[in-house]
Every structure is written in C-alpha cells, then in structure tokens.
Design a protein around this ligand. Structure first.
Ligand code: DX5
Ligand code: ZN
Length: 226
C-alpha cells in the first residue's frame, strides 16, 4: 500500500438532500478524507442522482477533496465540467469507455487524479494493459445505481487479484471499495488490500455519523482474524 492509513469517503448519495449543508459540515468535521460524489444519468445505471449544479454547491462548502464517481455513458463529454465544478478525482466506468486510455489521459490533462470503476461482473484482469495509467480503481461491491444494497463477497478476491496485478507496476495504485461497506466488512476489505472505503447508508443512516466515520477510520486490519 502507498500509505499507512486507509481513507474514508462518505457517499453523499445517502445524505439528506433537503439539508445538504448539515451533512457537508458533518463530513468536514469528521475524520473522513474525501467526499464521494455519485453522478448518475439514468442510462448507464437505472437511477438518476444529482448533476453538476448540485456538485458545485457541495464543492463550495466541502473542505476535503471531491471523489467523483461518474455512472454515466460517454463520460468524455463531461470531464471538463466535472473539473470546473470541483472534482479532485474523476472515476469513469470501464464499461462506459470505448477508449479508456484516451479518457484517462484527458482526466490527467485537467489536473485530476484518474480512476476506473469496475462493475461486479467485470473481471480485474481486463485492466492488465492499462494498470500503469490508473491512479485509483474503484471496485463496485454492489451493482451501481443505488445506496443501501448488500455487499457482494466476491469483492475480497477481486481486491487481492488487483493488488497482484498492480504489484511492481503501479504500487501507489489506490483500491477503493464502493457499496455495502460497514464495520462488518471494513477490516477484511483492508486486510485484502483496500485503501479507500466508500460508505453511504452506513454513515448517514447512523445515529452518530461522526462516531461512525471515526470507527471506520480506526479499523485495524492487523487485528483481523484469518
Ligand atoms: C452506488 C454508489 C455508491 C453508494 C454506496 O451506485 O456508487 O457510492 O452511494 O452506498 P452504500 O454505502 O449505502 O452501499
Ligand atoms: Zn459511488
């Protein structure tokens, strides 16, 4: 791993959209590292979340980097807009990019970190010839489109395989896990090699979100049972 401590990225998808300011302040004050921003188009995924004007409003108040997860077809059309509205990391879906190498180059050209997300059914080995060009791989541990779904256990093996694939080629690669993350699986995910944990409903549906973020941040993978 590239750093000693894992990162926590609360997903705003599970925040109170009628009182976003409160939830943004919570993340600012918490031990979270990034804001995870889910943009959906109703085409790539069967849901629509919010668009760039809302993201811009979030960016105005967020004191931490915006980790933007584009669940949209043809993301190339929106990379500049995404950057202009405050993205620090832009993640596109492997399944939505015909010319992934070109898309990643365009993201970096904008000065953002470049991420690639894989749907649960997409094998890790498809990244073999592009792994050196990726800053972050987001492994979807649910089918993208909705918060609050059940974690898919195959993800553990995908993390290990991806860490192996990147070894010696891209050792600073960040592996992010998105979907169904909670204190039940955080330790095992980190032990398998994850660096970034996205958590939506587990954080925002908890009675004490600040404490929940702290608990996720303090999970120690070395205390995990085999
Ligand atoms: C799903 C999104 C996730 C979602 C995770 O399409 O990419 O970021 O917000 O939500 P939870 O943590 O509730 O599974
Ligand atoms: Zn996401």
């Amino acid at each position: 791993m590239s750093h000693s401590k894992h990162l926590i990225a609360p997903s705003i998808l599970a925040a109170d959209f009628a009182d976003l300011g409160k939830d943004i302040r919570m993340v600012n004050e918490s031990q979270a590292d990034w804001f995870h921003i889910d943009i959906m188009d109703g085409v790539f995924v069967p849901n629509i979340s919010f668009g760039f004007p809302v993201m811009q409003a979030i960016a105005k108040h967020a004191q931490k980097p915006l980790d933007v997860h584009l669940m949209i077809v043809d993301p190339d059309r929106y990379l500049q807009t995404c950057k202009d509205n405050g993205a620090a990391i832009i993640t596109v879906h492997y399944e939505a990019c015909t010319h992934l190498h070109r898309t990643l180059a365009a993201i970096k050209e904008l000065g953002c970190k470049a991420g690639v997300a894989l749907n649960p059914h997409t094998p890790v080995h498809l990244l073999k010839d592009i792994i050196q060009d990726i800053d972050l791989v987001c492994l979807m541990s649910v089918n993208p489109g909705f918060g609050g779904q059940k974690f898919i256990r195959q993800t553990y093996r995908k993390i290990e395989e991806l860490r192996g694939l990147a070894a010696g080629i891209n050792d600073s690669l960040l592996i992010e896990i998105d979907g169904g993350v909670s204190l039940d699986n955080a330790g095992q995910l980190l032990k398998a090699g994850a660096d970034v944990l996205v958590a939506g409903s587990f954080v925002f549906n908890s009675y004490t979100p600040l404490e929940t973020v702290k608990a996720l941040k303090e999970v120690d993978p070395f205390l995990q049972k085999a």
